[in-house]
Design a protein around this ligand. Structure first.
Ligand code: AMP
Ligand code: MG
Length: 325
């Protein structure tokens, strides 16, 4: 019998591939900016976030109805006030993607699907990670993590704006299961290749990944680290695409310091990327070198920021940051 995690990852990849067709379509439309809606806090959300979540959770639910789901969006904010005007559009996008007419109730039930709260397997879902990048027509990811008893054991990252140099390609997908390595394949394709993280130690050649959005981190701390260690290029990319870039060996450090002391990262912003980067050979912890703890619900309550890099560099970065804190 197949390992359930393997079957779950296959379903997650199917759902995210379906979702990617919709997100690519919406991102290319002239109405993209007008499709951005207000949500609590200052994070934008678009029709594509809801359509993506509906498609991924419909796919996962039909294969694994009881697995717990921890996801970013809820239909309540889609039904509320001004936002209700786009409900028919989300419905049309999802109906088109499935080739069947979807009712509003079905759509909302898929978006809100949570499974059993005490199931030992949980799926984290960010239907569009990096919505601000998505709105700039830059990088974003559809991110699905798998937790077993709170340990991150599987991940799928679908990155429609990342390519192997082919600007017309559909983008790249990444999958990993604990102990099975990290894999890259074209979205919708089948030829996967195993990927490994870089082990470059020459400081001047070490590339450092950081957010595009300054308010999502602490750009000064990243710049101070680069200056202190004499590191090379700083590469700013939205979303968990950073983990994918690290995992395929195109950068050496992803440093995500907290934007403010009280900020706790969402689990759906990391679970998928952490497994993919770890399986590619990187070490992922918080900025103190502490293991990430996914057991505390929807946020990483017990961690300060995130650091992903390879072994020798990891010790050096943690020691350097510790001297400053
Ligand atoms: P990035 O594209 O790496 O900047 O990360 C995007 C994610 O940052 C979004 O999915 C948000 O959940 C998250 N985010 C939003 N506000 C903050 C903040 N103040 N500090 C850190 N992350 C944030
Ligand atoms: Mg996100």
């Amino acid at each position: 019998m197949n390992d359930p995690i393997e079957t779950l990852i296959e379903a997650a990849l199917r759902g995210a591939t379906l979702a990617a067709h919709v997100t690519r379509r919406v991102q290319a439309e002239d109405t993209l900016r007008a499709d951005a809606l207000a949500k609590a806090g200052d994070e934008p959300v678009t029709v594509a976030d809801y359509a993506s979540q509906a498609l991924v959770l419909r796919t996962l639910r039909s294969a694994f109805p009881r697995v717990r789901v921890i996801s970013e969006e809820a239909s309540s904010s889609l039904r509320q006030g001004e936002n209700a005007r786009v409900l028919p559009r989300v419905r049309a996008l999802v109906s088109d993607a499935l080739g069947e007419v979807v009712t509003e109730d079905d759509l909302c039930a898929w978006i809100d699907h949570e499974g059993d709260s005490d199931h030992e397997i949980a799926v984290t879902l960010d239907p569009i990670d990096g919505t601000k990048g998505f709105l700039r027509r830059e990088h974003y990811a559809i991110a699905i993590g798998v937790l077993r008893r709170g340990i991150a054991v599987g991940g799928v990252l679908v990155c429609p704006k990342l390519s192997r140099g082919d600007p017309d390609g559909e983008g790249l997908a990444f999958t990993a299961i604990e102990g099975g390595g990290a894999w890259e394949l074209p979205i919708g394709g089948t030829e996967s290749r195993r990927i490994t993280a870089s082990t470059m130690t020459n400081p001047a050649e070490v590339r450092v990944l950081a957010s595009v959005e300054s308010s999502h981190g602490d750009p000064k701390l990243v710049d101070d680290l680069i200056a202190a260690l004499g590191l090379g290029e700083k590469v700013r990319i939205d979303s968990q695409v950073k983990y994918a870039v690290l995992a395929r060996g195109d950068a050496e450090i992803y440093l995500r310091p907290r934007s403010k002391p009280s900020y706790r990262d969402h689990v759906w912003d990391h679970a998928a990327g952490v497994v993919i980067a770890t399986e590619a050979g990187a070490k992922v912890t918080d900025v103190d070198g502490k293991a990430l703890d996914f057991t505390a619900g929807s946020r990483l309550e017990h961690n300060r920021g995130v650091l992903a890099t390879h072994g020798p560099l990891h010790d050096l970065v943690v020691a350097t940051l510790a001297r400053w804190s």
